[in-house]
Design a protein around this ligand. Sequence first.
Ligand code: KG4
Ligand code: ZN
Length: 331
Amino acid sequence: MNILGIESSCDETAAAVVKDGRFIQATVVASQIQVHHRYGGVVPELASRKHIEAIVPVLDQALIEARMSLRDIEAIAVTRGPGLVGALLVGFSFAKSLAYALGIPWVGVNHLAGHINSVFLEPDPPAFPYIAILVSGGHTSIYYVTDHTAAELMGQTRDDAVGEAFDKVAKMLGLGYPGGGVIDRLARDGDSAKINFPRSYLNKSTFDFSFSGIKTAVLRYITNHPQEFEEQIPDIAAGFQESVLEVLSYKAIRAAAEKGCDRIALVGGVAANSRLREKLSGDAGVKGIRVHIPAIHLCGDNAAMIAGVGYHYLKAGMISELRDDVFSRSK
Ligand code: KG4
Ligand code: ZN
């Protein structure tokens, strides 16, 4: 079954065609980073307007890449939430109208379920149950995943998402927005042991996270070293990154141990981080746990993951209706 996926929850307008929930025929992402860059964050109103401009060209491009016409599309899956309501509404209304016009089924899916299932777009996906650690600009959560459409939330951040912490630290260091990728690159030339930033485990038995302390610690360091800090940026980046990643890796592995899982999926925009990919795979490998990580282009927001999980929603009989609406937060 060829499913068209559509994603517009934040600042990426994306369309993809995925066969049978696994095989990517085309995946196109139009990023709005250039638009939001100068504001240091996503401006919701601008995001909605840009989605309106991009949605038709992005769909056309996906069909060209898949060498298909709309007649070859058998169902549509679209992000329903969580995300920015104005942004979500563009993709959701578009998908709804297109499905109605084509007379095919459609389903609104949870964006987080898309990320959690993104490992199925790779060869040799994990068997159920597995632990998913979702790290992005909006979320930092650990799930016990028992099926494509069922995941138990084991813990999540109590303040900032980890990607948000990367972006804020990058801003403090004058590295621009979004800063996760820049910190990742700079940290490779730094020494993570030079500046010892705190590790925030909260209580070691909880799967919750907190990143506000480390953010404040970096700010304090910069304020206390106004002359030297610019030369130390690679060391600050490496120290901050290591402090955050150590906690993420520790908790993901502990969650796997608690549930008796030997598979972990690392997903979401921050899963693109080279040190996190290396560290979690290494730490988990020592314990006999295998880590599944999607290719970099499937870590950030994309529509292939929406089409992929949408297939399983539809197979489970979860078809949406015209009166259905988007939602901004997970219930
Ligand atoms: O999943 P995503 O594209 O959007 C959300 O749903 O939030 O994640 C975007 C986040 C941003 O905070 C960005 O700075 C971060 O992912 N990010 C990274 C890296 N690449 C993107 N963080 C750390 N290292 C990276 N290489
Ligand atoms: Zn996302």
